[in-house]
Each structure stands twice: as C-alpha cells, then as structure tokens.
Design a binder for this molecule. Sequence first.
Ligand SMILES: [Zn+2]
Length: 310
Amino acid sequence: MARIHILGAGTPTPTPTRFGTSYVIEVAREQIMVDCGPATTHKLVKAGLWPTNIDYLFFTHHHFDHDVDYPCFLLCRWDQSTGKENRLQVYGPNPTERMTEGIVGENGLFAHDWKARVNHPVSQRVHVNRGGTLPRRPPDVYAKDIGPGKVYSSADWEVTAALAEHVQPYLDSLAYRLDSPGGSMVFTGDTEPCQSVVDLARDADIMLCMCWDDQEVMEENGEAPRQCGTTGAARMAQEAGIPGSRSWCWCTWALTCRDTGRWRRGSETSRGSMMDRWCSPTSYWPSMSSSQWCSFFVKRIARHMRLSGA
Ligand SMILES: [Zn+2]
C-alpha cells in the first residue's frame, strides 16, 4: 500500500506552523518527493524520514513556496551520504536543470560548501566516521527539464505529467499522477481548474489539489484566476470521477492549501482522524447530492483548518 506524507501544504505567507508545499510518497520500498517548499528537509526528518532515502524529486513548478528548500535538501542529502546511496533523480519544468547546476554544480552558489567538505581534513574525518571513504566525491544529481507525458517508470510505479494552468508564460507548471499497485494519486500543484488536470486525474484514488481560499472570497477580491478555490477544486475532483459513487471515496481526496503535517489514508493520526470525520458524507449529510456535498465538504475542510490554526 502506498503512503503519502504531507510535509507542507501552505502558501508563500509565513506562519509559525505552516509552510509551502512538499509531499513524500512511499511506494514499493521507495520514497518519492513532490516539491520542496520552505523547511522541507527539517519537516522530512520530523516525519521520521531521511534525506538519503529520497531517490526521486518531482517539481510541479518553481514558485519559491514549492522549491526554496531545494538547496538545503541537496546539500543535506549529499553531506549525509556515505557514497553508497542511489543517485538522486530530479524532474520538473524549466529551469530544473539550471537550478540544480546553479546550486551544487562546479561553479554553483554552494560549491564553496561542498568543496570545503570534500577537502578539509576535519570534514573528511566526519565523512569517514559516518561510513564513507576517501576521496569524497562531489554532489552528483541527475536533473531533467520535462513537459507533459510519461516522465518516469519503474517496475513498480510510474509518473505521468500534464500541463497545469497557473502563471504562464512566466513559469511552466505541471501536475503529476503516480500509478502503482498501491493506488493512483494525483498532485495538481498550483493550477486553475482545467481539463488537462481533470484528464490526468481521471478515476485516481486520491487527488491532492491546490486550494487558495473560499471561492466566494476569491471571486470578490480578484484572486480567482489561475488558481483553484474551494468549489474549483471540488469541481475538478468531481469531473475526474474521484468522489465517484463509492462510499469511501470521499475520503480519498484532500485539499492541501491550509494544512501542514502528516496524513495518510486510513491512518490514526489526528489529521487523518479529522479528515475521516469530515469525509463521511453518507453518515452526516445523506440528503445532499454529490455536487452539493462536494462544495460543502471543501468549505468545511478549509474553515476547520483555518480555525484550528493549521
Ligand atoms: Zn505557484
């Protein structure tokens, strides 16, 4: 069974407890990260995960609330490695390759750091004490700029990308679908409701969808274009067939704008319990239609999270 860790799903606005976006998916004994927003590396460890165990990273787009911890993650993963780990593979829209080279390349912004750790005797000793051998190798990351289509496939899982509609032409944005025997999950990244993401998410088990605010508020303050609000997110989920007619299916998609923490389907965490409680339409509001409930559900989730300060 696949497991999703929501490391962060906030906005660019800093708060004491909430951060920008990052998820980790555990599937088939591998750990796959989607986005690397503020404090991702710290939250990764708080969640009981470890940088050197993440072998894949997929960027939805390069707004800073989705990628600003990338230097920290790259350097931590390299620094903690003993040289026996798998090579990190990073995929995302342009400029994923340029950013990677610009951070840890031979002349990257942080080259002074890894060159000092490679060459100074004390750093070499730390490396050897961790189980590494000398000479210490520089960071080695496979980074690739990608567009829509099949992005990666292994024996156990595959990732497909679709165009998301966000702030083009200034930034390209992608949504991802990860299919595995443990289920199909979709990460919309930042997008307005659009057919390409609906098609990508068709009949998935879970969709983690961007949601900026209550739709009414966004319509009123002019923030509705180029991003999803409550009803926009609900409509995409409904059109993709994610709520469907199965009784449990309401539990299988989640809004991610106002949450931070860890949730996985069927978990007993407080966040999971909260989700489960809100996600039982037939128990609580059996008279509502799918459409009504979809809208109602997302609003309740958003309000609950706002009130709880999450
Ligand atoms: Zn964005």
